[in-house]
Write a protein that binds this ligand. Structure first.
Ligand SMILES: Cc1cc2nc3c(=O)[nH]c(=O)nc-3n(C[C@H](O)[C@H](O)[C@H](O)COP(=O)(O)OP(=O)(O)OC[C@H]3O[C@@H](n4cnc5c(N)ncnc54)[C@H](O)[C@@H]3O)c2cc1C
Length: 391
């Protein structure tokens, strides 16, 4: 069978599924269909705050994010995606943090990101007088990091997939899957049945459900998160970058915020650890809880000065599709080589989607040249190994 003959169905038109479909088409696949239960971006992708940044310390984390940054830069340049380069500041709580941030600057340079710097508290306040960082020891700043709109990207990516010969079927939830004797898959949806040789599970928070339908279970712990707008009352002169005050590994949430308009911030609580009870992917989404507002308001008040007129505006919730070890799951599933996982991106799925899409496409097409180093271990096999060890 040649590449032209392989029928590939991608389940889910969020950033992960659409990035995968785009990569498959770019790598020469011609029969690609995306099956979407609702509409593009209707899952977590349309509920994110869209940050795309490289301010991490571990080399593999930087490698995949630098790839993502270049990808969105190219979509901005070639297709007019709105990518607001407002900068990203990760605060440091300890001298050890600062040491690791210096290492990050070096590693980012190795990955082609040349503008990251470590700032002292004085330098931070000189740039953004509204920030209070007296209890912090500095920060890691990426001036050209920024944010996109998940919905806008999914709409644009859907158009590009179609222009490149792919199909995107909306309102087509996959409700049943069966594998024929010769190995191909029959995917039954609300709008008909699709036959495919390879199936990509890009179901976001529903990836656990989709995995079970395919007989290829994945360990997903969907976590409920939220964000809100802060109406400042008075505009602030120097737009705030995205400020992240979460301490990785702390087992707690930390506050983040950025300027959306001169008189408005977007803010939320972030963690990269699955510290909440897992929720059903079908949980009703709406506004954040009062407890969330209280916690966030308290943390914001510690980080901002001269904002006494501020009030909370609208809010929304969404799901981080998180895995037990906080790393995505990408590649052929150990139960069936024709099922490719492209899932589990937690609170980082916008910035990771380009790497997820590239890696999933390479796995689907059996490409021998791999884009990412072996240090990027997103293989589904790591959980299969854990299961075997337990038995
Ligand atoms: C409040 C909030 C803020 C965030 N901020 C950021 C951020 O700043 N930066 C960042 O990188 N990430 C952020 N994230 C995380 C990011 O949104 C997710 O990691 C990412 O959107 C996951 O994308 P996905 O394509 O895997 O899933 P989704 O976008 O959820 O897409 C999955 C799609 O699959 C479809 N589907 C499900 N089941 C089926 C089925 N059976 N048949 C057909 N279709 C199906 C769904 O309808 C959905 O459209 C944030 C998330 C939240 C909630």
């Amino acid at each position: 069978m040649t590449l032209q003959d392989v029928r590939i169905a991608v389940i889910g038109a969020g950033v992960s599924g659409l990035a995968t479909a785009s990569e498959l088409l770019a790598h020469g696949a011609s029969d690609v269909v995306v099956l979407e239960a609702s509409h593009p971006g209707s899952g977590s992708s349309g509920r994110s705050v869209g940050m795309v940044e490289t301010q991490y310390v571990a080399a593999p984390d930087i490698e995949v994010r630098a790839f993502g940054r270049r990808y969105y830069d190219a979509v901005e340049r070639d297709h007019g995606l709105s990518f607001v380069h407002g900068g990203y500041l990760r605060l440091a709580s300890s001298a050890q943090d600062l040491e690791s941030y210096a290492l990050s600057v070096q590693r980012q340079q190795d990955a082609g990101v040349t503008d990251a710097v470590v700032l002292s508290p004085e330098e931070i306040v000189a740039r953004w007088p509204h920030l209070v960082v007296a209890d912090r020891v500095g920060g890691l700043y990426g001036p050209s990091d920024g944010y996109i709109d998940g919905h806008e990207f999914c709409t644009l990516a859907t158009r590009l997939v179609k222009e490149r010969g792919g199909r995107v079927l909306l309102n087509s939830r996959v409700t049943q899957a069966e594998q024929k004797a010769e190995g191909s898959w029959l995917l039954h949806t609300a709008t008909g049945t699709v036959e495919a040789d390879i199936v990509v599970n890009a179901g976001g928070p529903w990836a656990g459900v989709v995995g079970d339908l395919l007989g290829c279970p994945v360990p997903l712990e969907p976590q409920l998160h939220g964000a809100l707008t802060v109406e400042l009352g008075r505009p602030i002169a120097e737009p705030l970058p995205f400020v992240m005050d979460y301490v990785p590994g702390s087992g707690q949430t930390g506050v983040y915020f950025r300027s959306e308009r001169p008189d408005q911030l977007i803010a939320g609580l972030h963690t990269e650890e699955p510290i909440f009870d897992a929720v059903s992917p079908d949980i009703a989404l709406g506004r954040v809880s009062e407890a969330f507002v209280d916690e966030l308001s308290g943390l914001l008040a510690e980080r901002l000065n001269d904002c006494d007129d501020a009030g909370i505006g609208r809010s929304w919730t969404g799901i981080y599709p998180m895995t037990p070890d906080q790393r995505p799951i990408v590649g052929a599933h150990p139960n069936a080589r024709t099922v490719i996982c492209a899932l589990g991106t937690g609170g980082n799925g916008i910035q990771l989607a380009p790497a997820v899409g590239r890696m999933a496409a390479e796995a689907a097409l059996g490409t021998s040249d791999r884009t990412f180093s072996d240090a990027v271990d997103w293989s589904p096999n790591r959980f299969a190994a854990a299961r075997t060890e337990r038995v």
